[in-house]
Design a binder for this molecule. Sequence first.
Ligand code: G6P
Length: 605
Amino acid sequence: MCGIVGILGTHEVAPILVEALRRLEYRGYDSAGIATVNDGVLDRRRAVGKLVNLSDLLVHEPLAGKSGIGHTRWATHGAPSTVNAHPHQSGPVAVVHNGIIENFRELRAELAGYGLTPSSETDTETVAMLAQHYLSEGCSPIEAANRTLDRLHGAFALVFLFQGEGDLMVAARKGSPLAIGHGDGEMYVGSDAIALAPLTDRITYLDEGDRAVITRSSVEIRDAEGRLANRAMKQIHMDAARIDKAGYKHFMAKEIAEQPTVLADALRGYLEDDRISLPGEELDFTKVERLTLVACGTAFYACLTAKYWFEQLARMPVEVDVASEFRYREPPITPGTVALFVSQSGETADTLAALRYCRDKADKIVSVVNVAESSIARESDLALPIHAGVEVGVASTKAFTCQLNVLLLLALKAAVDRGHMTQEALSETLSALRALPGILNAAMARSDDIERVARQIAEARDVLFLGRGLMYPLALEGALKLKEISYIHAEAYASGELKHGPIALIDKTVPVVVLAPRDALFDKSVSNMQEVMARGGKVLLITDAAGAAEAGQDVWQTIVLPAVPSVLSPLLYAIPAQLLAYHTAIAKGTDVDQPRNLAKSVTVE
Ligand code: G6P
């Protein structure tokens, strides 16, 4: 996936394009480029690495023009290099692309027959070449773009810009989101509304299969069948905090610190006195026989946590899977199934495809999302916002706890609906939940202790995470956070599984992080911890005061958190897991907010 932007402006567009790309860097950041039309002449600048390299290049080699397109890349076809960076240009056509052109090899072979050879390894360049070919056959730019689009297989968002056409962009959406922004005498197009936020709050989202012909004064949208389509223009309220670190060194640090506040806000959106009230349509869990939870990455671990909650609190059968496996398993969806998709971005390609697989099979499609205007939200019967606010750090932190929050509220509602929880018990849990933001703040105060341990963890080559019950998904999330941003190899296991293989890895060089509040499973976790320590393993125990007192002498390091009701422990234990990864990454000097090879939103399979 990548970020794309296009502007038909009234001022010089190069700096505005770069600024918009900055807001899209979460989609990829291995190279970037822009192309403009100036006095009819199409030209481009591209640079490998972060966007700052493109900005530097533009200082030395400026690019004039009031119309232009831009791109920030996450490599799929071809290594990150200047030659593979977008925009791709073939003669009088430049394109920026997000997605994958699946039939680009066949198209390349065909184009070779016309004497057109690519200069990059990308699938995208084929699109520009094909459009050039159609232009050479006498097509107008719009016809050339349409004929090109007709030939493409795969998932893409594309914007075309043409030499000699300073007032024209052609945009197309098939499988990757695209938003058109309306300005005063200007028009914009972008991968999302956030990219366009400083320019306009008037947005039209293209639907699946739509194509748009854009000029400064008009937008003509046609649907997949070529019929003129009327897509609503919406006023979007953007969170201006997006590119502001608010004094923190990293977005990740800011977003970890924001968790108490955003959780408190999110709760307000779901609670009416002591009743859980879902925004939008109500969901009656007495009619639900089975829940299918699907997501990717961190959102998947939120789902795994929710499985424990739904099963234990609401006695509800729950299936949970990563989206990329779920969709190709083609699981039977029985009547009475609600399919629930969790996604921060709401654009993850695998999750969206899994949702579409369930569309006509499940009784209801519910999503838990952070971006209200996202594809996943828009294609759901009921979209539940997590209210995390914009998350910039590639490693998800506040979105995770806010996803957990909404999933817990859903499980509690299911428990009450299905008669497995009294109103009194619900009120008690809700008051504990209302007190949680304060407790999270107390957990943040452990940051210095965690930083001290993290300096030693930073020396390790491998780290293991262990947890039981609700702490097992947390262990998985802790390991994921650590490997994502510190590049230390980290694995998580259900504590009880240790003896079935992973224990072979234990020696004094492998720190073992044990997440174990003093709950019903604590004694079992202590036994597993003893197994580690008996083999010379170094245990970092994250627990509460009672757990610390009972854990014994041989624990290498202990981080003590406040005690909370067991059901809330995942929300609390996420904080030290995140801080441990953060401080370890700082100790190692890695790029915390934009770790290598990753992207925040993955819109390719
Ligand atoms: C990417 C991100 C992860 C995220 C996952 C799912 O891999 O790097 O942090 O958890 O996608 O993203 P979503 O937006 O669907 O929650």
